[in-house]
Design a protein around this ligand. Structure first.
Ligand code: IPM
Ligand code: MN
Length: 330
C-alpha cells in the first residue's frame, strides 16, 4: 500500500534530520509518496504566513505527517510554535503524545525503558488567559490550565492500553496533586476510575518534582507514565537527557481515533546553533519515522528500523553519514 506522507522539514536541523529519516524509510522498502510542505520560519519571514487554512486542509488529507523542527532565531518565540505545532495538534486532535525512552550512550544510562504518554491538547497549552492593564505597573497576566474529564480520560485510557501491551504492565500517574488541587483531583479521579477497568495493570503515583529525581536516579522503576501537557513537555526533555540524549528522543502525536493523520517528530528543536554543520543526530527523526510506519500498518518495516537504530551505537560521522549507515542496515 502506498502511503501519502506530508513532509514538514521546518527550520534549522529539522530539514537535515528529515532528509535522513526519509532515506531510511526508503531503504526499508516502504512505498510512499512524499508531499512536501514549506512551513516554518523562512516562509513566515518571506511571506508573513504561518499555516494558511488551505495548507492545513491539504495536510489533513494525507495519511501521516513527518515533521522536522519549527523555530527560527529571527521569529518571536511562540509564533511558529503556537501557529504551526500547536495548531496542528489541536486541529487534527492529536491528543496523545507518545515519547519512548530507552537506554543509550548517556552518562545517566541506568536501565531506562519507559514511555511517557503526554496529554497533548489541553492543560496550559490550551491558551486560556490574558493580560489586564498591560505595560502598566499594575499589569496582570493569567495563564489557565484547561482539563476536561473527556480529554484527561481518553489520554489515561490510551496509557492503560499501552501499559497492558508491555511486559511489565505498570502505569504511573505524574501530577502535582498536592498543589494543583483542582486539576490534580480531576486527573486522580479519572485515573482511578479507568484503573478499575484494568485490574491487570499495576499503578502508581508520583508528584512531578519527585519524578524528576527518579528520572535521574532510578529511571528503571518506570514502565509507562501518563501526565499532563506541560509536565509531559518538561519531563520528556529530561527523559531524553537521561537515556540516549535528546538527539535520540522521538515522538508520536497521535489521533488514536484515526479521524485524520497523526504527526511524528523528534522531541528536539531546530537547534540553529548547529544547523548546517552536520552535527545533528538524525536518530530521533529516524525513530519518529519508524513510529509513523508502525502506526500506518508497516510494523515489519518499522521493527527493522527500530532495530537498526538501537544497534547503531558504533555509528558516528555527520548527520548524513549516520543516516546512510543506518539505512544500509535496515
Ligand atoms: C515539544 C516542544 C513543543 C512543546 C514546543 C516547540 C511548542 O517543546 O514538542 O516538546 O512545548 O510541546
Ligand atoms: Mn518540549
Amino acid at each position: 500500500m502506498k502511503h501519502r506522507l506530508a513532509i514538514l522539514p521546518g527550520d534549522g536541523i529539522g530539514t537535515e534530520v528529515t532528509a535522513e529519516a526519509l532515506k531510511v524509510v526508503g531503504a526499508a522498502g516502504v512505498d510512499y509518496e512524499a508531499v512536501p510542505f514549506d512551513l516554518g520560519g523562512e516562509r513566515y519571514l518571506r511571506t508573513g504566513e504561518v499555516l494558511p487554512d488551505s495548507v492545513l486542509e491539504e495536510i489533513r488529507a494525507t495519511d501521516a505527517i513527518l515533521m522536522g523542527a519549527m523555530g527560527h532565531p529571527d521569529v518571536a518565540p511562540g509564533v511558529l510554535e503556537r501557529g504551526i505545532i500547536l495548531r496542528l495538534r489541536f486541529a487534527l486532535d492529536l491528543y496523545v503524545n507518545v515519547r519512548p525512552f530507552r537506554a543509550g550512550p548517556s552518562a545517566f544510562n541506568n536501565g531506562v525503558d519507559m514511555t511517557v504518554i503526554r496529554e497533548n491538547t489541553e492543560g496550559t497549552y490550551a491558551g486560556e488567559g490574558g493580560f489586564l492593564r498591560k505595560d502598566t505597573p499594575h499589569e496582570v497576566a493569567t495563564q489557565g490550565s484547561l482539563n476536561t474529564r473527556m480529554g484527561v480520560e481518553r489520554c489515561i485510557r490510551f496509557a492503560f492500553d499501552l501499559a497492558r501491551s508491555r511486559e511489565r504492565h505498570h502505569l504511573t500517574l505524574v501530577h502535582k496533586t498536592n498543589v494543583l488541587t483542582f486539576a490534580g483531583d480531576l486527573w486522580q479521579r479519572a485515573f482511578d476510575a479507568v484503573a478499575a477497568e484494568y485490574p491487570d495493570v499495576a499503578t502508581g503515583y508520583h508528584h512531578v518534582d519527585a519524578a524528576c529525581i527518579y528520572f535521574v536516579a532510578e529511571p528503571g522503576r518506570y514502565d509507562v507514565i501518563v501526565t499532563d501537557n506541560l509536565f509531559g513537555d518538561i519531563l520528556t526533555d529530561l527523559g531524553g537527557a537521561v537515556s540516549g540524549g535528546i538527539g535520540r528522543a522521538a515522538s508520536a502525536n497521535l489521533n488514536p481515533a484515526r479521524t485524520g493523520p497523526s504527526l511524528f517528530e523528534p522531541v528536539h528543536g531546530s537547534a540553529p546553533d548547529i544547523a548546517g554543520t552536520g552535527q545533528a543526530d538524525p536518530r530521533a527523526a529516524i525513530v519518529s519515522a519508524a513510529m509513523l510506519l508502525d502506526f500506518v500498518g508497516e510494523s515489519e518495516a518499522a521493527a527493522r528500523v527500530f532495530k537498526a537504530v538501537s544497534g547503531s551505537d558504533d555509528v558516528t560521522g555527520t548527520t548524513s553519514d549516520i543516516g546512510s549507515k543506518i539505512a544500509e542496515r535496515v
